[in-house]
Design a protein around this ligand. Structure first.
Ligand SMILES: [Zn+2]
Length: 224
């Protein structure tokens, strides 16, 4: 077995597959196949306490496990930005399905990324979610991407916290950015991975309270 540094260099140089470590391409054919979108409606976010009867669908293109999990991890934590090329078809499909599902035209829809934690941006040197949304946007025919939310979370990384704690931490996690006027067209909130849904719910609620018409959440992957 090769040491970690060697395989990391191989990855960065695209000498082995980010999904399975097979020598050769950055993504092998089998892993490329595994990243083919299999769209599903994961759940509805119940925001009826803000607006009577309002539910926001959460669409995922892939299950967060196996190859998908590995490639997302390497994209984000190994900072292999080029992997966005292999993840964006799934995200574009998720966005497209979300628009159809809620009955809006794609060209009307504005995409807004779920803000990445500032500490994660510092660590990775790039905003992994925004980079992915920006990369997928041209494949969707939507009105493009705009940052509408800012991250105001104070706690550390949320990797190893339980569902309850995650939900508590999601409260007051975001604020609406002050730059520019708020959009009047429908907005699709976009994230890379949806787990409990608490974070996207908080983000959606922050936007709704400000008067932004959030119609759906689209993600690359969701926990099965
Ligand atoms: Zn592979």
């Amino acid at each position: 077995m090769r040491d970690f540094t060697t395989s990391l260099i191989d990855l960065v140089l695209g000498r082995s597959c980010a999904g399975c470590d097979e020598p050769g391409l950055l993504i092998c054919q089998d892993c490329k196949q595994a990243l083919q979108p299999r769209i599903r409606l994961r759940r509805d976010l119940d925001v009826s306490d803000l607006m009577e009867g309002l539910r926001i669908p959460v669409i995922c293109a892939l299950d967060y496990r196996g190859t998908t999990r590995q490639v997302l991890y390497r994209y984000k934590d190994h900072r292999i930005r080029q992997l966005a090329i292999f993840l964006r078809p799934a995200l574009a499909e998720s966005i497209t399905f979300a628009a159809h599902h809620v009955g809006i035209e794609l060209r009307q829809a504005l995409l807004t990324p779920l803000p990445t934690r500032r500490s994660s941006i510092r660590r990775r040197g790039f905003d992994s979610t925004a980079h992915l949304v920006q990369s997928a946007a041209p494949l969707t025919g939507t009105a493009g991407m705009r940052h509408l939310l800012a991250d105001v979370r104070k706690h550390g990384a949320a990797k190893h916290v339980g569902a309850f704690e995650r939900e508590q931490r999601a409260i007051d996690a975001f604020r609406v950015r002050k730059e520019g006027s708020l959009p009047t067209q429908p907005v699709i909130l976009v994230d890379d991975i949806v787990t409990t849904g608490a974070t996207v719910k908080e983000a959606a609620e922050t936007l709704l309270v400000a008067g932004v018409q959030v119609v759906a959440v689209a993600a690359v992957a969701g926990t099965p």
